[in-house]
Design a protein around this ligand. Structure first.
Ligand code: NAG
Ligand code: NAG
Length: 206
């Protein structure tokens, strides 16, 4: 169903439209406490469906300069967070061409991409509007990891299933070397990949 029609339809059916985070602690995912930094990072990485990815450009006239572009990502189907941002890429794409020269990149994701910051009244640049920056590199994946990447991406980006096959799409992951977190006042915090992958992203359901 078209997402913009859905609220209208629900209203016609006499039901209230409750977007994510609009229904209080009883339902919907809750952001972890700001001092549990690794959990906040996992939470943001799982909530976001897309990221801004900066590469080192290989294209004139900006060779060697940062180049930031938008990519659909998924770290797993909703409720199944792996922490690893997976991507569906083609070598025809400008940033992917950069990655073939230098696979180092940076991914940025923000709860400004969800309803959370608007509902809370947090400006996207406020640290209260939790956002993360990942440093690392982009690696192609294959075998069982590619199977998981496909499930992760296609469940949250169903349009990908129909992307033109002659583009030779492949699955990739963002191999994290450092996690940077802005989720509160007092400056940026860092989380190691180990801390990040060990953190449970969601509160256990009671
Ligand atoms: C999968 O990728 C690894 C390196 O990333 C490579 O060593 C391995 O041969 C690949 N396997 C297949 C089935 O392509
Ligand atoms: C992946 O990232 C880790 C650091 O988290 C690094 O040690 C490793 O060399 C990276 N792998 C590749 C193939 O770049």
């Amino acid at each position: 169903m078209n997402a913009s029609l859905r609220p209208t339809l629900l209203l016609l059916l006499g039901l209230a439209w409750l977007g994510p985070g609009s229904c209080g602690p009883a339902c919907g995912p809750q952001i972890p406490p700001h001092d549990q930094v690794a959990r906040v990072a996992r939470f943001v990485a799982h909530q976001c469906d897309w990221a801004s990815m900066a590469t080192i450009s290989s294209h004139r006239p900006v060779e060697g300069q940062p180049f930031s572009n938008v990519f659909s990502v998924s770290d797993g189907p909703h409720g199944t967070s792996s922490g690893v941002p997976y991507l569906y890429l083609t070598r025809m794409e400008v940033s992917v061409q950069d990655l073939q020269v230098n696979p180092q990149a940076s991914l940025s994701m923000s709860l400004a991409q969800t309803d959370y910051c608007r509902q809370q009244g947090f400006d996207p640049q406020s640290p209260l509007c939790a956002h993360i920056i990942l440093s690392g590199s982009v690696l192609e994946v294959n075998g069982t990891e590619a199977d998981f990447a496909k499930k992760a991406l296609f469940s949250r980006h169903p349009e990908m299933i129909d992307w033109p096959t002659d583009h030779n799409w492949f699955f990739a992951k963002f191999n994290i070397s450092q996690v940077w977190v802005l989720d509160y006042f007092g400056g940026i915090k860092t989380v190691t990949p180990d801390e990040y992958f060990q953190a449970p992203p969601h509160r256990k359901h009671h």
